[in-house]
Design a binder for this molecule. Structure first.
Ligand code: FES
Length: 194
């Protein structure tokens, strides 16, 4: 009697395989979201570069102030415009390569003010896209709608609306749009900086 040979391509799953698999699935979901978000967003994309002085970029330290646009660059009809936030790090001797750390939707209001939203979905961190002024924002990962003011629409599985970011009012009066960029914990009702 011969011992049964295990099938070669049926590797046994160990518990340690599962986190990798979960991470892989989350990565794919986010990649799909970025792709699908790109298909939805028909807004132009700008880039704001923050220069960070010091040894490292640390999140959860009150955010970073960054200039994203001139006020006149934003659409006058209230449609949002998406800005990628790129951080460039410098210390006394070295300038490190730029690294994207997130993106922000800017919307000009009728009264001349500006509102800013972090484009990361508060449900699980996928990239939110802009659909239309009538519908608002849309997250393709779990089909959630956010209204133009950032609040939860219908349907929406996110525990809170889009995360607004602080806009510097003084600089806005001078025609410049500066925001305090920050990321927030996903999946909870509370807006908690990370
Ligand atoms: S990540 Fe946006 S709805 Fe789930």
């Amino acid at each position: 009697m011969t011992a049964e040979k295990p099938e070669e391509n049926q590797a046994a799953k160990t518990p340690s395989d599962q986190p990798d698999e979960t991470a892989r699935r989350e990565f794919i979901a986010k990649a799909v979201s970025v792709f699908a978000g790109g298909a939805i967003v028909s807004v132009p994309i700008g880039v704001g570069v923050a220069t960070l002085l010091g040894p490292a970029f640390k999140e959860g330290q009150g955010g970073i102030k960054i200039r994203l646009a001139a006020l006149e660059d934003l659409p006058g009809d209230g449609s949002p415009k998406l800005y990628q936030v790129v951080a460039e790090r410098k210390d006394a001797w070295t300038k490190y390569p730029q690294k994207p750390i997130g993106s922000v939707f800017l919307q000009k209001l009728e009264d001349g003010g500006v509102i800013a939203f972090n484009s990361s979905c508060p449900h699980a961190g996928c990239s939110v896209g802009f659909k239309s002024k009538e519908v608002g924002y849309y997250c393709p990962c779990h089909e959630s709608i956010f209204l133009l003011d950032g609040s939860r629409g219908d349907p929406c599985v996110s525990p809170r609306g889009l995360d607004s970011l602080e806009v510097d009012k003084e600089r806005l009066n001078g025609g410049e749009v500066w925001v305090t960029f920050q990321n927030f914990a996903a999946g909870i009702e509370e807006k908690k900086a990370i």
